[in-house]
Design a protein around this ligand. Structure first.
Ligand code: PAF
Length: 284
């Protein structure tokens, strides 16, 4: 398994593979601290492509809090061992200087899909994501790129970017992998104390409460479903709600029809750790 640490080295590897055969390349972009959710992305890429590249880069452009960036876990040796065990062909772990040299000043500016939900509390976050993902795509030149559905707004924005900028890359979304108690796997879970980890189960419980209420009352008022879920969150003293919304899955905005599925999306703080999650809700 090769480890490539600059866009130039990554591109040379990718071009070398392509001229020698009709090899297809699948990219799994990550910020490291790999868990079973990432391994599901690697498996999805391996099913579709001959070679899998995993990128590991904690992207400073997408963090709006320096403490979150500084505290982001970076267990590189463990990440490399997991990728080796999965037969990953190459790791793209660019140095910060090779990604963002001193005179770097061009960004990919996402459209209105970036404004609601995560965009409210994390201004500039998605601009950082689309910029780094475009750079990763240019360096790796993948045929396919795989992202998790836990970051549902990120996935929608990347699909939009690829369509809008004519990038010849197929984007695959993979379902969220959960712990046995339902908590979505996330690199940030490592930062939860045992007490906060126990409290964090309220995230999937609140989503499940909205799903159960929707099943019990077909075509229920989305606001009633939302209030029901928020009651569950408010009952957990360690949880600080940032948002819980029911949106149209395609626009990520308030639904305009009174039938069709809804997407429940939430961001909840546990001390200084912010967790996000979502569930599709039947609504007809
Ligand atoms: O989802 C992530 O881990 C990151 O946002 C990504 C896509 C690797 C870009 O830095």
């Amino acid at each position: 398994m090769l480890i490539l640490d600059s866009p130039t080295a990554m591109r040379a590897w990718s071009q070398g593979r392509r001229t020698s055969s009709r090899t297809t390349i699948g990219l799994v972009p990550t910020m490291g601290a790999l868990h079973d959710g990432h391994l599901a992305l690697i498996d999805a890429a391996a099913q579709r492509c001959d070679l899998v590249v995993v990128s590991i880069f904690v992207n400073p452009l997408q963090f709006n809090r320096t403490d979150d960036f500084d505290l982001y876990p970076r267990p590189l040796d463990d990440d490399l061992a997991q990728c080796r065990a999965r037969d990953v062909a190459a790791i793209y772990a660019p140095t910060p200087d090779s990604m963002y040299p001193r005179d770097f000043e061009t960004n990919v500016c996402p459209g209105s899909l970036a404004d609601p939900l995560e965009g409210v509390g994390r201004p500039g976050h998605f601009r950082g994501v689309t910029t780094v993902v475009a750079k990763l795509f240019n360096a790796v030149a993948p045929d396919v790129a795989v992202f998790g559905r836990k970051d549902v707004q990120q996935l929608s924005l990347i699909e939009r970017m690829v369509a809008d900028l004519d990038m010849p890359i197929e984007i695959i979304g993979v379902d969220t992998v959960r712990e046995p108690d339902g908590l979505a796997m996330s690199s940030r879970n490592r930062r939860l104390t045992p007490e906060l980890r126990a409290a964090a189960v309220v995230v999937p419980r609140a989503l499940e409460a909205a799903v159960a209420a929707a099943r019990a009352r077909p075509r229920a008022d989305p606001e009633a479903l939302r209030r029901h879920a928020i009651e569950v969150i408010d009952a957990e003293p360690h949880a600080r709600l940032e948002y819980f919304e029911l949106v149209d899955p395609s626009t990520l905005r308030e639904p305009t029809r009174d039938d069709g599925p809804l997407l429940a999306v939430t961001a909840i703080w546990f001390d200084d750790v912010r967790l996000i999650d979502n569930r599709l809700i039947p609504h007809s």
